[in-house]
Design a protein around this ligand. Structure first.
Ligand code: COA
Length: 471
């Protein structure tokens, strides 16, 4: 909401506080305040933790005090998990205590017609210079500090994607899903009613955050009159880091649903679409796509793309055709392989393979065929990026293949070409996927998802003027 330096420093306290207090830390660990405290403790938050509960001396080994003012130490961030009506008095106390930022979990504000109560809270906070996240949020995660101040999933897979969401239930569900899928996150922030801190403030933090390589946004609305500021701020951010947005409320009925959800005006979809484009923000069409693209960006070492087109290396003709279609639909230029290069590829495959793009190593290929073909593609200046596809066959072990690909990329991808992999098959391909991703190679279960993600990377490279393709 505000953009002076002091405010930016305060927002840092949302993610990197020296100390955090949960107000309403219930003794019942199944209640929201109890879960938040438990998540902080079990994740071994890097700072001090305090509980505020009038009826407890200690919860989960954390010292508990009747009020914030009784805590004999500085408190930088509070998480407020008591009913809405009681929130103003807590913020008043927080002001006296010198708290910098408050995450307000409680629902029961603007989203249910209590704009007056929300305004009251914001005004008290302003009086003391406290920044507010929420109300109506599930909390905040920042994995570099082991901070999980949410009532969502306990375990979060660490990584470089920051995800900011205006929808609570979606965010909580995605905490579980990203954990199961081992999608690495630096942060998840629930933005709720955005009475104070909004997507713009948060993105400014992540722009500078060295632990974040890509920002994902689930948006329903920006808040009235925010369009120009959004474009201005995000145009700067996207020069440094990719931002991928999922903007809900596309349809007319969806727009009305947004109004009753967070109380924000969704506005016309065409206007948002144009604002996102102007700001250089990539727009994903669903949640899975957002994370597919984000994974590709998070694992990429460079966004500079050279050469004359992308290549697909496969052991299945059908998968190759699917990937070719997807390339055309997604605007990913495939390399017309010149005769010289075809000769090189031919050496890497059985005589009945195809050195045309897709490079078809055939179902009879082995790990060595893959390694050789990948090396040829990496070494050719014509190749802009590579999608390596594997459909599970009995005599080519996906684990061996994954190890082979990971090693080859480490040794030979000197020019840091974008590479992704498709592992299509059963249980063993999951093991292969894990090996590759542990080695920083993004893997997808089907060709379309890999190609769409490579195309998103190419699109971002064009946005920031780093695509030098000579097509
Ligand atoms: N200071 C500190 N603690 C206080 C307190 C105060 N002024 N007043 C009450 N408490 C304690 C309570 O005693 C209780 O602890 P206990 O269980 O050990 O007795 C704890 O704080 C919680 O208070 P309680 O009144 O039981 O609230 P609750 O847990 O039923 O509900 C909310 C609180 C905030 C979770 C609930 O009001 C709410 O808004 N839920 C919706 C949250 C939501 O969905 N947010 C959006 C997600 S996207």
């Amino acid at each position: 909401m505000s953009n002076n330096n002091n405010d930016n420093l305060i927002i840092e306290k949302l993610f990197k506080p020296k100390s955090i207090a949960v107000v309403g830390a219930s003794r019942n660990l199944e209640k929201i305040g109890g879960v938040i405290l438990s998540n902080l403790v079990k994740n071994k938050f890097n700072g001090k933790i305090y509980a505020v509960n009038p009826s407890a001396k200690e919860i989960l080994g954390v010292p508990s005090y009747p009020s914030l003012l009784d805590i004999p130490d500085e408190v930088e961030h509070i998480v407020v998990a008591i009913p809405a009506e009681k929130v103003p008095e807590i913020i008043e106390e927080a002001g006296k205590k010198g708290v910098k930022v408050a995450t307000i979990i409680a629902s029961g504000f603007k989203e249910v017609g209590r704009a007056d109560l929300e305004e009251k809270v914001v005004n008290i906070a302003k009086k003391y210079g406290i920044r507010i996240l929420g109300p109506n949020v599930f909390g905040v995660v920042y994995t570099p500090m082991n901070l999980n101040a949410t009532f969502g999933a306990e375990h979060i897979h660490k990584g470089k994607i920051a995800f900011l969401t205006q929808s609570g239930a979606l965010g909580i569900a995605l905490m579980h899903w990203t954990s199961m899928e081992k999608i690495g996150l630096s942060s998840i922030v629930s933005m709720g009613n955005m009475a104070d801190i909004d997507a713009i403030d948060l993105a400014k933090f992540f722009e500078k955050d060295e632990n974040t390589k890509v920002i994902g946004l689930y948006l329903e609305g920006l808040g009235t009159g925010k369009g120009h500021e959004f474009i201005e701020v995000f145009s700067e951010i996207t020069k440094k880091k990719p931002v991928i947005a999922l903007k809900a409320g596309r349809s007319e009925r969806g727009t009305r649903a947004v109004a009753s959800h967070t109380g924000s005006l969704a506005g016309s979809d065409a206007v948002y679409d144009s604002a996102l484009k102007q700001a250089g923000v990539l727009r994903a069409s669903d949640v899975e796509q957002l994370f597919n693209w984000a994974k590709m960006m998070a694992f990429s070492e460079s966004f500079e793309i050279n050469g004359k087109g992308f290549v697909i290396i496969t052991n299945g003709g059908g998968m190759g055709v699917m990937a070719t279609d997807a390339s055309e639909f997604n605007g990913l230029p495939l390399l017309e392989v010149p005769e010289e290069l075809k000769k090189e590829f031919r050496k890497t495959m059985p005589w009945f393979g195809s050195p045309n793009n897709p490079i078809d190593l055939t179902g009879q290929s082995n790990v060595q065929n893959y390694i050789e073909a990948i090396k040829v593609a990496l070494e050719s200046e014509l190749v802009s990026g590579i999608t390596v596809m594997y459909g599970e066959v009995a005599f080519l072990d996906p684990v061996e293949l994954a190890n082979g690909i990971a090693k080859t990329l480490k040794e030979y991808n000197k020019s840091r070409k974008p590479v992704n992999v498709v592992m299509l098959g059963g249980e063993k391909t999951k093991m292969g996927t894990e090996i590759l991703e542990e080695n920083g190679v993004p893997v997808y279960p089907i060709p379309e998802k890999a190609i769409s993600s490579m195309a998103a990377l190419y699109k971002y490279s064009k946005i920031i003027g780093k695509a030098n393709l000579k097509i």
